[in-house]
Design a protein around this ligand. Structure first.
Ligand SMILES: [Zn+2]
Length: 284
């Protein structure tokens, strides 16, 4: 083959080679783009749900974060106070409520540690300039009651059911005022707060809190968030009765617009149905 033939042969292939390269470039560009979209979706999800990654690797970072409460506004008058605590060597978040009224605020559950409870006091004063009328504790576990003694020191009434008061005393969580019955309506300035004992579930004594003015249902640890893959701490749970207890809440509050679980993101009534699915899976 002389040099002219070789040159011609290269020339005739050039457009084809270029064509293939262009196609490959588009393909590679599209793949990179897809990868970027995938990473950003994963990243958003990750950021939204700190509960999904309570891995030992992130404990150091989470512990720093655990010194500080997070505030999540649900409605003009209702906020979640989110604290952080350790369970089984991992860090989890826990939700409680702050309900604003024209007379002061109602707190549902104390933060998970005493230092975060101090922070709750100072931030309620700084953010809302209101006194705390009372705190309701929804069962006798430390993610609900760790700050009880600080409420006591400030002479803020701590309301619970009889059973929670008894269990709290046995477990060293402090003294509560057992004024709550199976179903009790409490006044709170221009709003009211209802508590309801649905039967055993996450614990023998778990109650839910209903805010009739805003249609918000605080399920506490009795209700799991949608991203929960299991029932969490079931040490004191009643796995046989929990489903029936959930159905009582579904029947009683069909018009709940917001449901707040003990841990993780708030949502709607499907959180209760999700908890039932987890129970069905756990019981089989
Ligand atoms: Zn609990």
């Amino acid at each position: 083959m002389d040099s002219n033939k070789i040159l011609n042969s290269i020339k005739s292939r050039l457009p084809k080679l270029f064509h293939i390269n262009l196609k490959s470039s588009i393909l590679i560009f599209s793949l990179i783009k897809l990868l970027f979209i995938g990473v950003s979706i994963f990243h958003c999800h990750w950021q939204k749900d700190p509960d999904l990654i309570p891995t030992p690797v992130s404990i150091e970072k989470d512990l720093q974060k655990s010194n500080h409460l997070e505030w999540i506004k649900i409605k003009e008058s209702v906020w979640i106070h989110r604290s952080f605590g350790e369970f089984g060597g991992q860090i989890y978040s826990a939700n409680g409520l702050v309900v604003l009224t024209n007379k002061g605020v109602v707190v549902v559950d104390t933060p998970w540690t005493e230092s975060q409870t101090e922070e709750l006091f100072s931030e309620i004063q700084a953010k809302f300039q209101k006194e705390i009328l009372y705190v309701i504790v929804t069962h006798a576990h430390d993610d609900r009651m760790a700050g009880v003694s600080l409420f006591q020191n400030r002479n803020i009434p701590i309301y619970s059911t009889n059973l929670t008061a008894k269990l709290a005393k046995e477990r060293g969580f402090g003294k509560t005022n057992p004024i709550l019955d199976l179903q009790t309506r409490l006044g709170a300035g221009n709003q009211s707060v209802e508590v309801f004992y649905p039967g055993p579930g996450h614990s023998a004594d778990n109650i839910v809190v209903w805010l009739p003015d805003t249609h918000i249902l605080f399920g506490g640890c009795f209700v799991k968030s949608l991203d929960a893959k299991d029932l969490g701490n079931t040490k004191d749970a009643n796995l046989e009765e929990w489903e029936n207890s959930l159905k009582r809440v579904l029947a009683r509050y069909p018009d709940a617009e917001v449901v707040v679980p003990g841990h993780g993101d708030w949502g709607k009534l499907d959180l209760l149905r999700h908890t039932i699915r987890l129970l069905v899976a756990a019981n089989h």
